[in-house]
Design a protein around this ligand. Structure first.
Ligand code: SF4
Ligand code: SF4
Length: 461
């Protein structure tokens, strides 16, 4: 090989865009739109073949060098990995499997599963463990979060007691306590008041306009919960409290998503709005998927509406700007305690009787206070990061997607080798939108983390 020949030094993807292509180098945070002839020249360069000695090649090489795609030095993939016993400084407490709602699409089938409520002592074991880790590691904060399997605020004693306990410990050691929770926001005003004065933020499940929300988010007695949620959101807004909304999109209500987003943006101050197609799990196991082309269409419309109000709409798998080999905490020692004191890596696995408990439950908070771990189970979770997934290796979205939800993958593919899911198409399309947005926001020709002069583009690209 000619040592002076241009070397392609970036991982590169050519993504079809109708008649043209988008060339994307994720680890250089660079992309541009090109025609087929340019893509062929880049493919030739990558294969070490000669390209025509003409002005277009000279300009192309100049651009690729500017972007670090040619002769740019080695790339460092964004890979973090974990070994040995986990040392989390953050814990998520699954306070209860009980719920005051009976949402039709509840992934947890809350209300139908055995009722488990976390005693305060179990929460304290988890908090003691993360505090000890924080002190040993020299961290400046600990984090205690409250999540589902049910509505966390129903276990009020352990919620408030664990927060007081964590706060007291953190204060006495000069550490900061961060704390957040997921809630359905169907709460008496005094509970909302407590959240505002003790937590850093909450994520509220809310589906938008009343007919959409009340179709699926029902109380135990079958009434709509919209009024109650709005009352809480108004209280949050009056105090400028930090909260986000999470909308679940079901197939029957997809067409109303843009309307719901417009309503939310006009009515509430939520900092961030997350939209996810319904998860076919729990009570929605045998119901229609919303991971469809229609989801993409309405999501794009909703996103434009949110942007026109200066709000951020997001879908978990499409997050250009993040460079990671992880989708969520499941591959990076996420430490969640079930009500009975089992250590789970996954928000969906909050009961020892869950069908995937053997895959996701990797430890136990013993009554003695000792934390014991099943390292083979934990190591198997650690191996699910995107860099270890053969199917994902050729996907242009891999370093922002991180391999998507492992629980979902198991649901769709079982224990066989991962072969993609319907969500992959949504992730790739929305990531492509984000790259095109960056290109258009950078003058319409080239997007780059570095400053690049657009006039360097070859003619006809
Ligand atoms: S594996 Fe999926 S369900 Fe489990 S915590 Fe991660 S994103 Fe959530
Ligand atoms: S193939 Fe699917 S899961 Fe894997 S990185 Fe791409 S979009 Fe994510």
């Amino acid at each position: 090989m000619d040592a002076t020949a241009p070397q392609v030094t970036a991982e590169l993807f050519a993504i079809p865009l109708g008649e043209s292509w988008m060339v994307y180098a994720p680890l250089r945070e660079a992309a541009f739109v090109a025609n087929s002839a340019t893509v062929v020249r880049i493919a030739d360069l990558r294969a070490g073949r000669a390209i025509p000695d003409d002005e277009d090649s000279a300009r192309l090489l100049e651009l690729l060098r500017e972007l670090g795609i040619v002769d740019g030095g080695p790339e460092v993939p964004p890979i973090t990995s974990f070994q040995g016993d986990p040392r989390p400084t953050s814990c998520t407490l699954f306070l209860t499997t009980g719920c005051n709602l009976r949402c039709t699409y509840c992934y947890a089938s809350a209300g139908d599963t055995p009722l488990r409520s976390m005693p305060l002592e179990v929460a304290q074991r988890g908090i003691d463990f993360i505090l000890a880790n924080a002190l040993e590691l020299g961290a400046d904060s600990i984090e205690v979060n409250y999540h589902g399997g049910g509505e966390p605020s129903l276990n009020w004693r352990t919620l408030t007691g664990s927060w007081e306990y964590a706060s007291g410990l953190a204060n006495s050691h000069g550490l900061l306590l961060r704390s957040a929770m997921a809630t359905n926001a169907v709460l008496p005003p005094e509970k909302a008041e407590w959240m505002m004065s003790h937590l850093d933020g909450v994520s509220v499940s809310f589906d938008g306009v009343p007919e959409v929300h009340d179709k699926h988010r029902l109380t135990v007695s079958g009434q709509g919960s919209w009024d109650a949620v709005c009352r809480t959101l108004r209280a949050f807004d009056e105090r400028d409290f930090n909260y986000g909304l999470r909308l679940t999109a079901t197939a029957d209500m997809l067409s109303r998503l843009p309307e719901s987003i417009a309503y939310i943006c006009e009515t509430f101050q939520a900092a961030k709005i997350q939209v996810e197609p319904v998860y076919q799990l729990g009570r929605w196991k045998n119901e229609p998927s919303a991971e469809t082309l229609e989801f993409l269409t309405v999501y794009r419309q909703a996103q434009a509406i949110a942007a026109s109000h200066g709000r951020e709409l997001y879908f978990s798998g499409a997050r250009l700007g993040v460079l990671t080999n992880h989708f969520c905490g499941v591959t990076q020692d996420s430490f969640c305690l079930t009500a009975d004191g089992s250590v789970s890596g996954c928000y969906e696995v909050f009961l020892e009787s869950n069908p995937l408990a053997k895959t996701f439950i990797y430890g136990q908070a013993q009554k003695s206070g000792e934390m014991t771990f099943d390292l083979p189970v934990l190591n198997q979770l650690r191996q699910q990061s995107v860099d270890q997934r053969p199917y994902c290796s050729g996907c242009f979205a891999k370093w922002s997607c991180g391999g998507d939800c492992y629980h979902k993958a198991l649901d769709v593919n079982g224990t066989q080798e991962f072969e993609g899911t319907d969500r992959c198409h949504i992730i790739r399309e929305l990531t492509k939108d984000q790259i095109l947005d960056r290109i258009s926001g950078s003058g319409g020709l080239v997007w780059s983390g570095a400053d690049v002069e657009p006039q360097l583009l070859p003619r006809g690209m």
